[in-house]
Ligand binder design. Structure first.
Ligand code: CP
Length: 505
């Protein structure tokens, strides 16, 4: 097969096949060998005149530095921001506009990290230059998993089939476990063993996904049970920044028996990996282990430089910059998240339903008590639109009628955030012209839930599971008003897999 990374967005590890992962490992090994043979300078002009923009909305040491090191050693340049202080994000500039400014400044590639899941897919949709995901919320960190896989490749005589690996720490709130599991699922006879408290355990949906890809996933009672049965142990730090309503002390208590100390590793041949950083207060890996032969995490970090050098080289070598057009592709204006409702032909009922509205919108099936909040959020009174909020206690029905027509994405999103899966009816000349449910991702940390970004939510059909195109979390339709037939028709209309919208010339 032809392998080509030129001008390609690097958003999810699921966009890679086994052959592509192995190809990158091979290229990274060449970078590794050049370094170890003191021949690094041989490639020092390869990316001359190419520039990397880094956009780190969240803290980073390794990812940011290793991309910069990679660019420096290949003769390119770099600029950007680490933390939003001092940028116009402080003035409420959107991701979209910030990405477009990087493009306007003639960068050739962007690496970005952002706390919202799906924000990197959005950046890639908007940008005319390739975008690399440096971590998006709890979702993914594809270059971390590539460097992890590269480390496993070096430590396993370049054979990734048949690997057994243990997972520990926080398997629930981080993105590295998800990306690494997905990457490992490309290989044969993989076994994952893990032990953690339920709160920090492997997410059920990930376990199911791994099993569907024929990866063995086994939960053990203790770290010792895991370590004695695997070749590699991948420890992770508790992602406190993504845990609400829980203190560091609570987490320390949960992690106590799962910490890695010398006693746990000394009787085994296990290689210890960790994406780093280690939380020095929780110390999920005891300091003494740093000096033990089992430790492979600093090697892993250095491997990140080789892997990212290989990746940037593949993406940028020989690629001409594309002129910034400043225009969003029209395909992005509409999301395929509108679940069509059947318009009944009963005229009598229709007339009663659209009472007094000849042209406008009826928002039906609202959660009781939310109609006033929607009137306020849509600012209907002050902008001169009519608003008839109603709650019928007998039937429990709540709805809202307004002469406002054709709600925009922000307005639809606001309604759905207040009352999920309401039915939107557009009325034209006294008849229901369109009737649909606006589906919004249920992940509260998904980029599509940010009203000001104006991102139209999109879903796709992942072999029968409806997934958000951006944060990739699954969605199940719950509204009782939606019939089975309507649900099935909606799924049948979804695109299969991820449709990468490409704008590159
Ligand atoms: N492993 C990793 O992503 O580290 P940083 O957060 O320091 O980039």
């Amino acid at each position: 097969m032809e392998i080509n990374f030129k001008n390609r967005d690097i958003i999810s590890i699921t966009d890679f096949c086994k052959e592509e992962i192995l190809y990158l490992c091979k290229q990274a090994k060449e970078m590794h060998d050049l370094e170890k043979n003191n021949e690094r300078d041989g490639l020092s002009n390869e990316l001359k005149n190419k520039a990397l923009a880094y956009m780190f909305y969240e803290p980073s040491t390794r990812t940011k530095t290793s991309f910069i090191t990679a660019m420096r050693q290949l003769g390119g340049s770099w600029d950007g921001f680490s933390g939003i202080e001092g940028t116009s994000v402080m003035k409420k500039e959107t991701i979209r506009d910030t990405v477009m400014m990087m493009e306007a400044n003639h960068f050739d590639v962007i690496v970005m990290r952002h706390p919202l899941g799906g924000s990197l897919q959005w950046a890639a949709d908007v940008a005319l230059i390739p975008v690399i995901n440096g971590g998006d919320g709890e979702n993914e960190h594809p270059t971390q998993s590539l460097l992890d896989i590269f480390t496993l490749y070096l430590l396993s005589d370049e054979n990734l089939d048949g690997i057994s690996i243990g997972f520990g720490g926080d398997l629930s709130h981080g993105r590295t476990i998800r990306s690494l599991s997905l990457a490992l699922s490309c290989f044969k006879d993989i076994t994952i063993r893990w032990a953690a408290e339920d709160f920090l355990g492997m997410p059920e949906d990930l376990v199911e996904l791994m099993k569907s890809r024929e990866v063995g996933v086994i939960r053990e009672k203790s770290v010792e049970d895991v370590i004695s049965n695997v070749q590699f142990y991948y420890m992770t730090r508790p992602q406190l920044e993504r845990m609400e309503g829980i203190t560091q002390k609570d987490v320390m208590e949960m992690m106590k028996k799962y910490r890695i100390d010398l006693n746990k590793v000394k009787e085994s041949n296990v290689k210890l990996m960790h994406p780093l950083p280690v939380n020095s207060e929780i110390a999920e890996i005891d300091y003494e282990v740093y000096f033990d032969g089992s430790q492979a995490f600093f090697q892993q970090a250095e491997n990140g430089i080789f892997l990212r050098k290989a990746l940037l080289h593949e993406m940028l070598k020989g690629v001409e910059s594309v002129q910034f057009s400043g225009k969003l592709n029209h395909l992005l204006e509409y999301g395929n998240n509108r679940l069509k409702r059947i318009i009944k032909e009963n005229v009598k009922e229709k007339r009663r339903f659209i009472d007094n509205i000849t042209n406008g919108t009826v928002v039906d099936h609202l959660l009781p008590g939310t109609e006033q909040e929607i009137v306020a959020e849509l600012d209907l009174m002050d902008r001169g639109s009519s608003a008839i909020p109603a709650h019928l206690p007998k039937s429990g029905k709540s709805f809202l009628k307004t002469d406002l027509r054709e709600l925009n994405e922000r307005e639809l999103k606001k309604i759905t955030l207040i009352s999920p899966e309401a039915t939107i009816n557009y009325i034209k000349d006294g008849k229901v012209a369109d009737k649909f449910v606006y589906l919004l991702c249920k992940n509260i940390n998904c980029v599509t839930r940010v009203v000001n970004e104006d991102i139209p939510p999109k879903f796709y059909d992942d072999t029968g599971t409806i997934r958000c195109r951006y944060c990739r979390k699954s969605y199940s339709i719950t509204s009782e008003k939606v019939s089975q037939k309507e649900k099935e028709e909606f799924i049948n209309l979804l695109p299969e897999g991820i449709e990468q919208i490409k704008f590159h010339a």
